[in-house]
Design a protein around this ligand. Sequence first.
Ligand code: AMP
Ligand code: ZN
Length: 135
Amino acid sequence: MLSHLGAVVDNCLFCKIAQKQIPSSIVYEDEELMVFKDIRPAAPVHLLVIPKTHISTLSDCTAGHAPLLGRMLALAPRLAEEHGCAVTFNDDGEPSGGYKTLVNSGPDGGQEIYHLHLHVIGGPHPWKVEVARHG
Ligand code: AMP
Ligand code: ZN
């Protein structure tokens, strides 16, 4: 039994999505996590991975959250594969495809929704994501 499951916060949009009180385009779900399509996609693939339990921001996470955070990040390659943006290598070892994994944290980090979420953003460019690609 996962003891941290169950915390749901009133008036949290992503808690309501996790509880299916608000509709979303769900692409993956298990006991602990949900993944749905971003309503304003910044790229051909734009998914949000959330814990079903309410955590406001990455800054609320401690070492005890490492398994949960690890599971969220470890989902990204599977999602990328399923949505056609996995990283692949040709016979010459040249990579193609790919995606960005992103956790915006706090106002200066561009966080708008205060329920922890991992963006998985990929597919052919151009993208609308406002993150410098090279520093
Ligand atoms: P952030 O700026 O990291 O907090 O990202 C919040 C993301 O949630 C944005 O990319 C929004 O487009 C997305 N978003 C807001 N409302 C919804 C919704 N109802 N369903 C899906 N995505 C949403
Ligand atoms: Zn929440």
